[in-house]
Design a protein around this ligand. Structure first.
Ligand SMILES: Cc1ncc(COP(=O)(O)O)c(C=O)c1O
Length: 436
């Protein structure tokens, strides 16, 4: 029996439904693979995060990390919720502005920013979150040349293990991200002396899919000790402290997770203690959840094309692969798989779900006990709303899938499926190669 969640249920026809929309009927209308997102769930998760910190701290902003999923419809949902956005490229800046997010609600993080990106961010007026002293020097030069003021914060590397997948750890001492404590005050001093910079905050982001509060507790204490030193040594009071994203979601049943409320209960006392210790003006808190907001609101649907038994394994072959959902391959990530047209059928056999990419690593789920699966069955990969479509590619020359939003309005297409013309878009053939 499939255990229903608040937004994923089994409908009277016996099919899996997201936000009340029958997913089997949906793939009959659209093609597979297909990404589907539940609008109400996105709103609910955003509010859950914000309300938890409002309750325990007060002044808080949630800046959605749009790297998780930057579909314009999703950005519009978050704009309506009055979220801010954390961006890391000029492309994300373009999308967020297009969705009507105001520059004062945008923080530009990201490492290795180019001069072009810094100049663009400066001209638009978003907060620029500096990832190195080299970026600071280049930004100073650009502001002096353009005679424009920039709002800046610095990303600290707090040297903490978030106890997650190594590829999702971003605040280890060896990480490429952030500025280490030994030089962070030099950065703030230089920024204070710069004619066109306004120092507004400090930032950290220690990793992703974090399932314990302890790494946040250690990192938050370190961050606020740095804020204390910035005040005591340089006389700078910061407007905000941005604690990044990273709150994990329950990919696997009964997996250990933390809620925003758990996090708020764990770190707000530490913050209040540090505010007292250093007599700080209470800063606004910013969080940048991505996965928490959109992760479990999304499902990737794929149809079974081939069933293949070998002497060693049974493979269920589907019309999707790591070009559609990359996480299982790059992070060995687990996504729960439900047979959408028979979610309540008893699991019978252990199978691997094989993708259709011509690579032996393209296994989307390993050793899963599932009902007997046949050609034409629809497989639902749960929790695919974050780092799903956004990581899709055209590898093996397959057009990327469509995306659908479900809500009280029913199902609405929010991205058309690509066709073969998208495979040749922007390609050019030198005239000489066209000759016989
Ligand atoms: C700077 C920054 N903020 C926020 C996030 C969002 O992380 P998550 O989706 O785990 O909440 C990321 C993702 O790695 C990030 O790099």
């Amino acid at each position: 029996m499939f255990e229903s969640k608040s937004h994923i249920t089994v409908n009277p026809q016996g099919n899996l439904a997201l936000g009340g929309v029958d997913l089997v009927k949906l793939v009959d209308r659209h093609s597979t693979p297909l990404y589907v997102y539940d609008e109400q769930r996105i709103r609910q998760r955003y509010r859950e995060f914000k309300e938890a910190f409002e309750k325990y701290y007060g002044d808080v902003e949630v800046f959605y990390a749009c790297k998780a999923n930057s579909n314009l419809a999703i950005l519009h949902i978050l704009r309506q919720e009055e979220a801010g956005v954390d961006i890391l490229s000029e492309g994300e800046l373009y999308l967020t502005l297009l969705a009507g997010i105001r520059p004062e609600k945008i923080i530009f993080t990201g490492n290795n920013k180019t001069d072009k990106e810094l100049e663009k961010a400066l001209k638009v007026g978003v907060t620029i979150n500096l990832d190195s002293l080299h970026e600071l020097d280049r930004l100073i030069r650009i502001t002096e040349r353009e005679k424009l003021r920039a709002k800046v914060s610095f990303r600290v590397n707090p040297e903490v293990s978030p106890e997650t997948h190594p590829y999702l750890s971003t605040g280890l001492k060896e990480s490429k991200f952030g500025i280490h404590e030994n030089v962070i005050l030099d950065g703030y001093k230089k920024a204070k002396e710069a004619e066109f910079l306004d120092i507004v905050g400090i930032h950290m982001h220690i990793g992703s899919q974090i399932t314990k509060t302890s790494p946040y507790e250690v990192a938050t204490a370190r961050l606020f000790d740095i804020i204390g030193r910035i005040k005591n040594n340089l006389g700078i009071e910061l407007e905000f402290a941005d604690l990044g994203g990273g709150v994990g979601i329950e990919y696997k049943e009964a997996q250990e997770i933390i809620t925003p409320e758990d996090l708020a209960k764990a770190i707000v006392p530490i913050i209040n203690e540090k505010i007292k210790e250093y007599s700080l003006k209470k800063p606004e808190l910013i969080f940048e959840p991505g996965r928490f907001i959109v992760g479990d609101a999304g499902i990737m649907l794929t149809r079974v094309s081939t069933v293949k038994s070998t002497p060693y394994k049974k493979f269920i072959g589907c019309d999707s692969g790591f070009h559609v959902l990359l996480r299982p391959v790059i992070y060995s990530a687990y996504h729960e798989v439900i047979v959408a047209n028979k979610p309540d059928e008893k699991p019978q056999e252990i199978v691997d779900i094989a993708g259709n990419v011509c690579e032996s690593g393209d296994i989307l789920a390993r050793d899963r006990k599932l009902p007997t699966i046949e050609k034409g069955d629809v497989l639902a990969f749960l929790d695919s709303g974050a780092y799903g479509f956004i990581m899709a590619s055209q590898y093996n020359s397959r057009p990327r899938p469509a995306e659908v939003l479900v809500s009280q309005e029913g199902a609405e297409l929010i991205r058309q499926v690509e066709d073969f013309s998208s495979l040749i878009e922007k390609q050019l053939i030198p005239e000489r190669l066209m000759k016989e």
